[in-house]
Ligand binder design. Structure first.
Ligand SMILES: Nc1ncnc2c1ncn2[C@@H]1O[C@H](COP(=O)(O)OP(=O)(O)O)[C@@H](O)[C@H]1O
Ligand SMILES: [Mg+2]
Length: 222
């Protein structure tokens, strides 16, 4: 299996604080990975650096064959086309219906509107939101919004999904639907899934890897 993410002697952090120090790890194509660690351990920072949003301080971070250390802006937007993200600060667009929000990544890719609509309806059905297609984000509960956000993240068949605490704060019903959608994406579409989460979900049925962050160090738990 191909290597999708490769970190070598990687340092990431901010002006006053190095969050990840000398990390070496790989994520392989079709992996299902939980990135764990206590609050403040650097999960969000690491997941955002894989998306190119937090710059590499030192070492190498290669994503899909692209080196992110010193990457140019133009190359970054190319990389991001192949990624699906669920970040806490990347919310649904309030002025758009749920259906249109989920269609967005396909429309950006230039896919025909009728095809995008059909696929969005199909995914929204999987997360039990068929009855909310014409609603606006503010009219949905937090769990429902998160389910829609995850449908949006996978609709364009990204090579890899990066999700930051996608099930934290969700009730069991929404959490299960969200996990089912990630597992479906991984199994049926072969999408690599990377989930940052302070703890593992209660119950789920997938072979996974656990990459753990602790005091700036990154290591695999098994
Ligand atoms: N934008 C930022 N500027 C400076 N420090 C930050 C910033 N974002 C996060 N940090 C710090 O980096 C460390 C890791 O934070 P974070 O990646 O959010 O951890 P986690 O997601 O595991 O809770 C924390 O000490 C946090 O205070
Ligand atoms: Mg976080």
């Amino acid at each position: 299996m191909g290597v999708l993410v490769k970190a070598e002697n990687l340092y990431i952090g901010y002006k006053n604080e190095m969050v990840i120090r000398n990390a070496n790890f790989k994520i392989y194509s079709k992996d299902f990975v939980f990135l764990t660690g206590v609050s403040g351990s650097g999960k969000t920072t690491l997941i955002k650096s894989i998306y190119g949003e937090v710059p590499v301080v030192k070492g190498s971070l290669n994503v899909g064959g692209i080196e992110l250390n010193n990457i140019k802006k133009s190359k970054l937007s190319y990389l991001r086309k192949y990624l699906g993200v669920v970040f806490q600060d990347y919310k649904l667009i309030p002025e758009w219906t749920i259906l249109k929000n989920v269609m967005l990544p396909m429309l950006i890719s230039g896919i025909d509107k009728s095809i995008a609509e059909e696929e969005a309806i199909n995914l929204l059905n999987k997360v039990k939101l068929s009855h909310k297609l014409d609603k606006y984000p503010a009219e949905l509960s937090g769990g429902e919004q998160q389910r829609a956000a995850i449908a949006r993240a996978i609709i364009h068949d990204p090579v890899m999904i990066l999700a930051d605490e996608p099930i934290s704060g969700l009730d069991e019903y929404s959490a299960n639907l969200v996990m089912d959608l990630f597992i479906m994406a991984n199994r049926e579409k072969g999408i690599t899934v990377v989930i940052a989460s302070h703890s593992l979900p209660q119950t789920f049925d997938v072979n996974y890897r656990q990459i753990h962050l602790e005091k700036g160090q990154v290591h695999e738990l098994s």
